[in-house]
Design a protein around this ligand. Structure first.
Ligand code: ADP
Ligand code: F6P
Length: 320
């Protein structure tokens, strides 16, 4: 395969630029022509496509967001939209595509694959919610962004002897809350994968208060279906401790990618280009342990995430 395209789609994540950069440079290095497609599937339908060269992706490795921009596209979900996308790709002579995005973007890639375009999916999402890979591109950076916020909140919560509920992203996955909660020393971690026991949460806070603990951090994943402000009020009513709310929201979607995310993105992109060059079938690229892996795209989408109950138990032990 000699001519490929790359696009970023869905919720953006730090490290997407590293992935795009590696697709372009690894592709050109083995004699491929690489085309950048702007604004995800919407831009594909519009033909917002231009050939990239080594310098097109200069000075982006350290930048969050995506230089190709991203978008959501309802019309791409239609038969007509996808047929149009296929026509655009064939007009440019593009035979294969690297799609950097989450599960929705992968499903779009699968549709293109079933219409004859080879698609390699790179897991670009902060949510870490794709079952076939240990980590997604952007997750590590998002966790570290939350960690720096925890440090600031810990300071002011201690000064005022307050509890703070920090709400983090992740859609229906609790990994950002679990990883940031454990490494940030949260006293309580609330995730959609486990039931919330408000009495237990408050008991821990009162125990801490009785032993002179000044602050409390309750890390809550957005997928936990309890209103965060109401939760804070209930905690305050039950414990007598002033409780505040911080919703980190889009802070977690930006920022300079960590070395780990830059490495992950670069290695995965290299694998995707290699597979396209060798005319392999559509795959989802992931990491298992320290090994970069590739699964059939359709099968990858069917793989369910396994919840790390061991890690959850450790987080609970450490927060006692
Ligand atoms: P993410 O990739 O981060 O999960 P979305 O779920 O918003 O983000 O999906 C991004 C884009 O992928 C959508 O705007 C749409 O164009 C396409 N897409 C999502 N789901 C599907 C689907 N089931 N079939 C075809 N295309 C889809
Ligand atoms: O999928 C990434 C993500 O940031 C989720 O964690 C969050 O729930 C969602 O995107 C927000 O979507 P939007 O950017 O469309 O508001």
């Amino acid at each position: 395969m000699k001519r490929i395209g790359v696009l970023t789609s869905g919720g953006d994540s730090p490290g997407m630029n590293a992935a795009v950069r590696a697709v372009v440079r690894c592709g050109i290095d083995i004699g491929m022509e690489v085309y950048g497609i702007q604004r995800g599937y919407e831009g594909l339908i519009e033909g917002a496509i231009k050939e990239m060269d080594m310098s097109s992706v200069g000075d982006i490795l350290h930048k969050g967001g995506t230089m190709l921009r991203t978008a959501r596209s309802e019309r791409f979900k239609t038969e007509e939209g996808q047929k149009h996308a296929i026509n655009v790709l064939s007009a440019f002579g593009i035979e294969g595509l690297v799609v950097v995005g989450g599960d929705g973007s992968f499903r779009g890639g699968l549709d293109l694959s079933e219409r004859g375009i080879t698609v390699m999916g790179l897991p670009g999402t902060i949510d870490n919610d794709l079952g076939y890979t240990d980590y997604t591109i952007g997750f590590d950076t998002a966790v570290n962004t939350v960690l720096s916020a925890v440090s600031n909140i810990r300071d002011t919560s201690s000064s005022h002897e307050r509890a703070t509920v920090i709400e983090v992203m992740g859609r229906h996955c609790g990994d950002i809350a679990l990883h940031a909660g454990l490494t940030g020393g949260a006293d309580n971690i609330l995730i959609p994968e486990r039931p919330v026991d408000l009495n237990q949460v408050c008991k821990k806070i009162i125990q801490g208060k009785n032993r002179g603990k000044l602050h409390d951090i309750i890390m809550k994943a957005e997928g936990v279906e309890i209103d965060t402000q109401e939760l804070a009020q209930q905690i305050e009513d039950k414990t007598g401790k002033e409780t505040r709310v911080v919703i980190l929201a889009y802070l977690q979607r930006g920022g300079s990618p960590t070395a780990r995310d830059r490495m992950l993105a670069s290695r995965m992109a290299n694998k995707a280009v290699e597979l396209l060059y060798n005319d392999e079938k559509s795959k989802a690229i992931g990491i298992c342990g320290s090994e970069i892996v590739a699964y059939d795209l359709k099968e990858a989408l069917e793989m369910k995430r396994t919840f790390d109950s061991e890690l959850y138990r450790l987080a609970d032990t450490l927060s006692k």
